[in-house]
Design a protein. Structure first.
Length: 536
């Protein structure tokens, strides 16, 4: 994907086949087991496809109803500068959705909004992925973070460490490095955007918004930090975005720290071929215009935010009810294996509730004709089809790599992490963040990365006598960084903006901010270690 520039729908099936062959010959897995892992992966991919379809359906409903034209006009009235629009939608709105829903939905919702404002689809995808990183450390009600702490429970008890005390310390030391480094992420994303998609191909236009970009970062990170330190790991991302978005929008309207000149992407006829696609051109036909109010046009997104909040925060009492609505399949039993229980939690899956539900409500809210409703559904299915093969193969590949372990042999993924620790020795802190990134890159989930590698990171830190809290903080942050380049997220966001076949280019470009993020976090934590900080 990154070197030969082959599309994901061709590369990932090949990667699955290689993994299957290796599992058979080197990990002694039989055909039945490999088939079971593949089927289980295909079912897990269905969850992601439902989320993508729901996000695309919302987008096409808004476009064909004329609501998107009104929303675009509303953002333009705040500012016509694409850099500021990227900060408000790509960073703040994306962070809000991460805190409310997570699981691949932020970029899938934010990127199409950016496309509607005139962003090249490739640029929208890249920016949305870069910005969907800092908020991921805690994500929706702390899910990625709790993936780490729950995995560590038995190890902590064995070492005589109070798990609740460890969780409190880890919350603090995940937050502090992330806040220090997170200050530069909005500016970094804007510089990447102007460097690769600006008329002058320069970061100079990105640096022009440095004051406002840093202000945007602080508007998010200050409430994020305070919430983490004084409330806990459940709500930092949500509160940071909720407070920060209001502050940033008001500041932009008042002209506070705004750049002197307005920057926009080149005219569409000047775009390079891979910035867009035939599918995008089909979706981006002339938007209908009407006299709809801005508030009415935004109602679908308001409904999405409200539904996500009341169904994700346990205090409202709906989360457990929705989680109980599921269709279970014992995939392992079909092939004579233990485990591999697939559960389609249809009510809790964001693609169904709220995305599809709100799309259907919007059909009536906007008075859409039957022909427009059918057209929005058909377009959504057509856009989804390009991503289906890649996602099914990619998730099936992950399941083979995760499940190849046994009583005498580590899984493929664990062997990679084990090799890193073996090579590094006392220099292991240089690689701890990378291990977290590796987990997200492969699995497509910061939560899965933390579940996979937290115990491993803890054991290595104990063995090498390196503060385990600091190593675990690098794991959690690394898992968030990996979201910029993980294959599942790349394929998903390409599908939502109709920009298919450029996954390799997205990964190549996003590897730059991911590498910088990784290096800065590593330097910050190494400074803590060198100062003798050991928070236990």
């Amino acid at each position: 994907m990154t070197i030969v520039n082959q599309p994901a729908k061709r590369v990932l099936p090949m990667a699955w086949l290689i993994a299957a062959v290796l599992a058979y010959f080197s990990w002694d897995k039989n055909v039945s087991e490999i088939t079971a892992f593949t089927v289980f992966g295909a079912l897990k991919a269905f969850d992601i496809l439902v989320i993508i379809f729901g996000a695309i359906l919302i987008l096409n409903t808004l476009k064909l109803s004329g609501a998107m034209a009104v929303i675009n006009k509303g953002f333009t009235s705040i500012t016509a500068d694409h850099r500021i629009q990227a900060l408000i939608i790509g960073f703040m709105f994306c962070a809000f959705i991460e805190g409310a829903a997570g699981f691949g939905t932020p970029a899938a919702l934010a990127a199409p909004l950016l496309v509607g404002l005139g962003f090249p689809p490739l640029a929208a995808a890249i920016v949305a992925l870069i910005f969907n990183s800092v908020p991921v450390t805690f994500g929706v009600v702390g899910t990625p973070f709790f993936g780490a702490t729950q995995t560590l429970q038995s190890s902590l008890v064995d070492k005589g460490i109070d798990p609740s005390h460890f969780t409190e310390l880890l919350t603090k030391w995940v937050t502090i490095p992330n806040v220090i480094v997170g200050i530069v992420i909005p500016l970094m994303g804007i510089c990447i955007m102007t460097r690769f998609f600006g008329k002058d191909r320069s970061i100079k236009q990105g640096l022009e918004v440095a004051p406002f970009a840093i202000f945007t970062a602080l508007a998010f990170l200050i409430p994020y930090l305070l919430t983490a330190l004084f409330v806990g790991p459940e709500l930092p991302s949500l509160m940071g975005a909720f407070v920060g978005m209001a502050v940033v929008i008001v500041a932009a309207k008042k002209g506070f720290l705004m750049p002197k000149t307005i920057w926009r992407f080149p005219a569409k006829e000047e775009w390079e071929a891979d910035w867009t696609s035939a599918e995008t051109e089909e979706v981006e036909e002339e938007l209908p215009q009407n006299s709809m109010s801005l508030i009415r046009a935004w109602i679908p997104y308001f409904l999405i935010a409200i539904i996500l909040l009341v169904t994700r925060i346990p205090a409202f009492g709906l989360k457990s009810i929705m989680l109980s609505q599921k269709i279970g399949l014992e995939v392992g039993q079909w092939f004579g294996l233990d485990g591999l229980s697939y559960s389609f939690k249809w009510a809790y899956l964001p693609g169904v509730i709220p995305f599809m539900l709100v799309a259907m409500v919007s059909w009536f809210l906007f008075g859409m004709k039957k022909e427009s409703i059918v057209q929005s559904c058909k377009k959504s299915i057509n856009q989804l089809s390009g991503a289906a093969i890649a996602l099914v193969a990619g998730v099936a590949l992950v399941q083979i790599m995760l499940n190849t372990g046994g009583s005498e042999k580590l899984s493929m993924v664990s062997q990679m992490a084990d090799a890193v620790s073996g090579w590094s020795g006392k220099a292991y802190p240089l690689f701890a963040t990378f291990v977290g990134m590796l987990g997200s890159f492969i699995s497509g989930s910061a939560t899965v990365s933390n579940i996979l590698f937290s115990s491993f990171q803890f054991e290595v830190s104990e063995m090498l006598e390196i503060p385990p809290v600091l190593i675990l903080s690098m794991q959690c942050i690394g898992a968030a960084v990996g979201n910029m380049i993980c294959i599942n997220n790349v394929v998903a966001v390409m599908a939502t903006v109709g920009c298919i076949g450029v996954g390799g280019k997205i990964i190549r470009i996003n590897a730059i901010p991911a590498l910088i993020y990784y290096l800065l976090v590593t330097i910050v934590v190494l400074c803590f270690i060198s100062f003798g900080i050991n928070p236990i």
